[in-house]
Design a protein around this ligand. Sequence first.
Ligand SMILES: [Zn+2]
Ligand SMILES: [Zn+2]
Length: 119
Amino acid sequence: MGRITRLKVCAEDGCPELTTQTRCPKHTREFERERESRVHRESQPWRSVYTDPRWPKLRRQVKREEPTCRVCGAPTTDVDHIVSVQDGGAPFDRSKLHGLCHEHHSSKTAQEVDAKRGR
Ligand SMILES: [Zn+2]
Ligand SMILES: [Zn+2]
């Protein structure tokens, strides 16, 4: 008796595959992949700052108020978080933002990355 394996229909809507697990092998793989990518997204919540509707407005405001780079005086192209959001900086606080040219923004970002690596 115990040799009969109970088969169930795959839990995925509309999939007729029979399986001994919750999902057929193909949908198990898809399910795991989806779960991994969700975990990945949730571990980087700061990414959503740049897709937030408040960000473009704030960005425009900073560029208007600080038309030149704080470091070299070149035209502001980038708006930078003084304390990066990854380090717990407030994402939508005007006083926590400043304008930089592209060059100084990328060198600041690179320094932050280096600092994290412990250089
Ligand atoms: Zn399936
Ligand atoms: Zn600059």
